[in-house]
Write a new protein. Structure first.
Length: 645
């Protein structure tokens, strides 16, 4: 008992004397000289905290210290502290932090003990528990609650990053090498030459060959790699929704839900189902309970999209890391419908079912089919592509426009029959990841990434992303080798619309080679997207502004500072720079996959136009005038990292 009291007393004294509350501006402890001289043991070296390698824990390891009798682990939410003890006195140089919350970043320091003496704290190590892609199930209230709880932590990070911004080197000047906006748009046009670029399709092959050719011309064929990513190629050839009303059967405007109705074995070519319709409201478990037996029936329900409270988040987070809004379009009431997220029909990135998904609530209760109204979507459209996690589902599902809500609700409540038809094929196939390497003077690597597949024409998703990656390759290939301090890796992956499989495959495959020395990923998606809004009759009309863009950055001071300075200098329209964890453990898009599996820091620039995932994402949605200014800002961020020590 006395021994435990002694250890606790010593630990308390340690926290008092070396807590970063008393740290200097660099975040290192100012240890009193008499205390340092009394120490008879060296500080632990080579402290490593696992970057998302383990579920529900962070593993911290360090080199054994000669003559040490034990170790203690201290943890903080940011590098500057304060640090608090989280372990008992340990005998071995390893510790599992099982109380680490998913979606939060932690910093760890270790001290070594020799009886009652202890070392100075080690250098800090950053780690986090295994992350996962957000599914979209979080409500606005839940989001705001989490955001409010994290405000103090955010403010500390913002303040520290602002100090780092003052120390950033000036970026290399690459203006003379940048392509014009029209030249960048020509890349976009060629990538978008077909009606879609769905993984494994002939149309995707055309785009892939074009990207391979352009990268080879810019970087040299020897510096370009192509890798196949296996998948099941789902192809719907025909689809229809027919409903019966007053004895008359008519075709109802609808679009198939990808990866439904065609599965290996029982439905290799799909087929038709028929049954009486029932109305399930917003498809909650409670509403399904009220329906009772739905065996063999066609369930009709609403599929809502969540709203992102842009103005409120901006206020709570004091403009985030930075807000660029030169047209003054944001105010406290500004919101954004997240039309890539379905609140009751979330993506599933594992084999596990989400029990409250409207799809499984219907399927597991024996429904023959499902019809979903795209509630809250701004436009009169039914061509929504999602969820696209690559999981094939037997029960057919179809989407209808929310402008048709009253009509479909009336016939469903009347109990008329409906027939759903989806026919096509499901075959083994593959997409291709394409990457190019531009060697620098060191092996430290900056990644510039996007995805090349698309559900439809995909001008902004992700024609502009590919165009910008090629533009950066073209720009930096002209910079002399002696001026390229770091290596550049340009990646365009397949399978975004297959659960991000291409990026996950690349991260797993190359974690120990191409990505081993990666220091930053600049991921680019949905850039230069014009903002289209509903004219009140379901038609999207250009309102003269850019679609909302969000730049997500993980908790790295240099990445935050680099992105903030770029935005201050270039002033992109309607763009927020915010923490990467705001919408979930990682943001939607390719950057999250690289970060989850390698720990690389990232600046993830992603636009949020309402027409994402629909057939409306066409070439006229690209604001060509914005491509050059965006390219200049992106190249400036690369140039900043080129000159960092």
């Amino acid at each position: 008992m006395k021994k435990n009291v002694l250890w606790h007393l010593v630990l308390a004294l340690f926290v008092f004397f070396v807590s970063p509350v008393f740290a200097d501006g660099a975040g290192t402890e100012a240890v009193p000289e008499w205390l340092e001289s009394a120490s008879k043991v060296a500080s632990p070296a080579n402290v490593v905290a696992s970057p998302g390698r383990f579920e529900n824990l962070v593993r911290i390891q360090w080199d054994p210290v000669a003559k040490a009798t034990g170790y203690s682990v201290f943890r903080a939410r940011n590098v500057a502290g304060p640090y608090y003890p989280i372990s008992p006195v340990l005998k071995e140089p390893t510790f599992d932090d099982t109380k680490a919350d998913v979606g939060k970043y932690y910093w760890y320091k270790i001290i070594a003990w020799k009886y009652i003496f202890f070392s100075a704290a080690s250098e800090p190590a950053n780690g986090w528990a295994a992350l996962f892609m957000p599914s979209g199930e979080e409500t606005t209230v839940e989001l705001l609650t989490r955001v409010i709880m994290d405000i103090p932590h955010f403010m500390r990070i913002k303040e520290a990053a602002s100090r780092v911004e003052e120390t950033l080197p000036e970026p290399m000047d690459t203006d003379a090498y940048l392509p014009t906006g029209e030249e960048i748009f020509s890349y976009v046009e060629q990538v978008c030459a077909t009606e879609h670029r769905r993984i494994g399709s002939p149309e995707a092959r055309i785009a892939e060959e074009y990207i391979i050719g352009e990268m080879s011309a810019i970087l040299g064929a020897a510096n370009v790699g192509v890798e196949e990513v296996e998948c099941d190629v789902y192809k719907a050839d025909s689809w229809a929704l027919q409903v019966e009303e007053d004895g008359v059967t008519t075709e109802f405007p609808a679009f198939y839900t990808v990866n439904t109705g065609i599965v290996y074995g029982e439905k290799p070519n799909g087929g038709s189902v028929t049954g009486p319709m029932v109305w399930a409201g917003e498809g909650t478990p409670e509403e399904f309970d009220k329906l009772g037996n739905i065996q063999g029936k066609i369930v009709v329900a609403q599929c809502p999209f969540p709203s992102f409270p842009v103005g409120l988040i901006q206020m709570l987070y004091d403009d985030g890391y930075y807000t660029s809004d030169p047209t003054g379009s944001f105010n406290l009431l500004t919101t954004q419908a997240l039309t890539f997220v379905r609140s009751n029909f979330p993506a599933e990135y594992t084999e596990e079912k989400r029990p409250n998904s409207v799809y499984w609530l219907a399927s597991d209760r024996g429904a023959a089919g499902l019809v979903l109204v795209l509630k809250d979507h701004p436009f009169d459209i039914n061509t929504h592509w999602g969820p696209y996690a690559g999981k094939m589902k037997s029960m057919p599902c179809m989407y209808v426009s929310h402008y048709m809500n009253d009509s479909i609700q009336a016939v469903a409540q009347a109990g008329g029959d409906a027939s759903l038809t989806i026919t096509g094929t499901l075959e083994p196939g593959y997409g291709r990841n394409i990457f190019g390497i531009l060697p620098g003077k060191s092996e430290e690597t900056i990644i510039i990434s996007t995805h090349h597949d698309s559900a439809f024409k995909g001008a902004t998703e992700d024609g502009t992303g590919v165009g910008m990656v090629l533009a950066m390759a073209e720009t930096w290939a002209q910079v002399p080798l002696e001026d390229r301090e770091k290596t550049l890796l340009f990646i365009t992956t397949t399978g975004h619309f297959y659960g991000g499989k291409g990026s996950r495959f690349f991260a797993h495959t190359h974690a120990e080679d191409l990505l081993k020395n990666a220091i930053l990923d600049i991921n680019l998606e949905h850039l230069a997207a014009r903002n289209y809004v509903d004219d009140g009759q379901g038609n999207g009309v250009f309102d003269g502004e850019q679609a909302l863009s969000i730049v997500f950055v993980n908790e790295d001071y240099h990445a935050i500072a680099t992105a903030a300075r770029m935005m201050k200098r270039t002033q992109p329209e309607r763009t927020l720079l915010i923490p990467s964890t705001l919408l979930g453990p990682v943001p939607p898009g390719e950057a999250g996959h690289y970060h989850m599996y390698t720990g690389v820091d990232f600046i993830h620039w992603i636009g949020q136009p309402y027409y994402l995932l629909t057939s409306d994402d066409t070439l006229d949605k690209v604001d060509v005038s914005q491509l050059y200014p965006l390219a200049r800002g992106i190249s400036g961020m690369i140039g900043t990292y080129m000159k960092m020590d």
